[in-house]
Design a protein around this ligand. Structure first.
Ligand SMILES: [Zn+2]
Ligand SMILES: [Zn+2]
Length: 383
């Protein structure tokens, strides 16, 4: 058994403060929470705590100075309770007792401590945007119903001027620790304190305005910036703008789920858009200039003479932008040649005249510029 002064690396006449500091340093180094169950670290933690427990106490220390380890053993001179059967559990309890428990321990590390306060729940809301918004990106202001800190109690939930009090069950730690032994060794299990639900504090006299919740419903305005190129189901996360947690918990997030409204003029295929353009026989045969809707406004499209029903003309780069940058899709214009379902007497005369002059329909084996016509039509329908 090593000498207690040696374990803590302190001189024999070190004062209480030096001993406490020396122990704290070792305890932080070998604490099980920092060493992931390492057996060696556990032993060192236990050893240092045992040495500290004896040397911090003037009576035990005097007995130890006089009789050595035998002087502080259980049953010998009434200084027991520490040394004999001094276990890992005792070590943890001593550390928690003198260093403010788990929360205090984490504070010493300056690291992330188990949050005693609950963060507000995330809010999910739907937002409808137009295809036009998708094309350009858009900034929107939204009114969101959130839970804000109660003004009467400043979010504490307590009507007492001093606010909530430290929980008696866990002494403000927020959790209850137990050392469990199994065939695999011993490990520490921690669970939320049943009295305070892990908050470490209790409201004795709940605030009448919020019934002790520490928060009340209110409206909040948020700004969202929707990038170009989004689709239905994409969502934006507005961090830390949602509801506060109960009794001083930080704000949760707001998730804005996007829903792109149907636009009857367009069919969307990824970043490409498809529009249907009806043409009369004569327009198709003679060629024309047609006004075509695009997502950025109307455009004039030159229709070549002899265009066929089902043929697809493409306006390159007039589709939707790629989300995150990197080009735009195309807009495809699908030609439909419509047949009049009623003819005026004058039209009928002309159509009959036309019929006399009309040639043969194009066929797969026909030569000339109509070659492959049917294939083209098939391709168009595959879009
Ligand atoms: Zn309140
Ligand atoms: Zn508690």
């Amino acid at each position: 058994m090593r000498d207690y002064y040696e374990i803590l690396s302190v001189v024999r006449d070190a004062d209480a403060d030096v001993i406490k500091k020396a122990y704290r340093k070792l305890a932080l180094q070998y604490h099980p929470d920092r060493n992931g169950g390492d057996k060696d670290a556990e032993d060192k933690f236990k050893e240092a705590t045992e040495a500290y427990e004896v040397l911090r106490d003037a009576d035990k220390r005097a007995a130890y100075d006089r009789y050595g380890h035998a002087g502080v053993k259980a049953g010998s001179g009434g200084y027991g309770g520490g040394h004999a059967g001094f276990g890992f559990e005792d070590a943890l309890n001593i550390f928690m007792r003198d260093f403010g428990g788990f929360g205090g321990f984490e504070d010493l590390f300056g690291g992330q401590r188990r949050s005693r306060v609950q963060r507000g729940k995330d809010i999910r809301l739907k937002m409808r945007i137009t295809l036009q918004d998708v094309a350009t990106g858009v900034r929107r202001t939204l009114r969101v119903s959130v839970l804000d800190a109660c003004e009467s109690c400043a979010g504490s939930g307590s009507a007492d001027p001093g606010g909530p009090v430290t929980c008696g069950t866990c002494n403000g730690v927020g959790e209850v620790r137990r050392v469990q032994r199994s065939v695999f060794g011993q490990f520490v299990s921690a669970s939320a304190c049943p009295t305070c639900g892990g908050e470490g504090q209790q409201v004795r006299n709940p605030c009448a305005s919020c019934q002790g919740e520490g928060r009340k419903r209110s409206e909040r305005t948020i700004e969202v910036e929707i990038p170009a190129g989004v689709t239905t189901g994409n969502y934006l996360t507005v961090r830390g703008q949602g509801s506060v947690g109960p009794r001083g918990g930080p704000r949760g997030d707001i998730q804005v789920v996007l829903e792109v409204e149907e636009d009857s003029r367009f069919v969307r295929e990824g970043n490409d858009l498809i529009v249907d353009l009806p043409l009369s026989f004569s327009q198709a045969a003679l060629g024309t200039q047609a006004a075509v809707p695009t997502v950025l406004g109307e455009e004039t499209l030159k229709i070549p003479a002899g265009v066929q029903g089902g043929e697809v003309l493409t306006l390159q780069g007039r589709g939707l932008p790629q989300l995150g940058g990197g080009g735009r899709g195309d807009q495809h214009v699908r030609i439909h040649v419509w047949t009049p379902n009623e003819l005026s007497p004058e039209q009928e005369v002309l159509f009959r005249k036309m019929a006399e002059l009309e040639g043969e329909p194009p066929s797969e084996d026909s030569r000339g510029n109509r070659q492959g016509f049917w294939n083209k039509v098939k391709e168009a329908f595959a879009v």
